[in-house]
Design a protein around this ligand. Sequence first.
Ligand code: PGA
Length: 260
Amino acid sequence: MKILIFETAAQAAERAAHQIIDKVQARPDCVLGLATGGTMPPVYRHMAQAKAQGAVSYALVTTFNLDEYVGLAPDHPCSYHHFMAQELFDATDFSPTRTHLPYGNTADPAAEATRYDALIQSQGPIDLQLLGIGANGHIGFNEPTSSFGSRTRIKTLTKATRLANQRFFQDGEAPPNYAITVGIETILESREVVLLATGIAKARSVADMVEGPLSAICPASALQLHPATTIILDQDAASLLKLKEYYFQVHPNGQEAPIV
Ligand code: PGA
């Protein structure tokens, strides 16, 4: 794992955005795995800015989002379809025919999950997968005790996750109990992974992911098995890492240090 620690959350988000932009510049028809959640809008703002400045075009990029709530239609304001349109797709030139999220409002969500995994397999592998992490160590909606061999499927959300995401819902509406999420094995098949975590609420799960045992109780620890993962942190999210000084020595201020 490459661990990059930045002074601020804004710098960490900018670094994550640049890794994605660099990938698209190098391969305009690459396949990206995208994420939702409160950590991601600053990343997507940088991506939109790069497009507005003419530095990059996303027109040929294919995207697969990690997850969607079961029961929410794409036009529901709390759906992840809506989140992605608002935070990224509407402000850029991503093609609607190449951007994919699972549909949460189908009659048979289990069949939808199988269809979605097969679509990723047929168009993948994902070149670069962007991830956040939950305070409980989840990636996507792979909640604690998810199998490292899991594929896209329905997961029951924990009370902690539903509470954490309550802030995105209004008027007494509660987050759904179930979501369709890309599985851990599906994530591990990506060529490259970039996980962005900021804020003190993530310090424990980040330490468990990077320095804890491989364990289904911290699903993100599965990334220890992935050969090309970059973990991008701010000081708060990095604060419980035992080897924090070492990571900073290897990549001072998140930069590549020359080997001399
Ligand atoms: P957050 O969620 O970005 O809203 O903190 C991350 C996650 O739960 O994966």
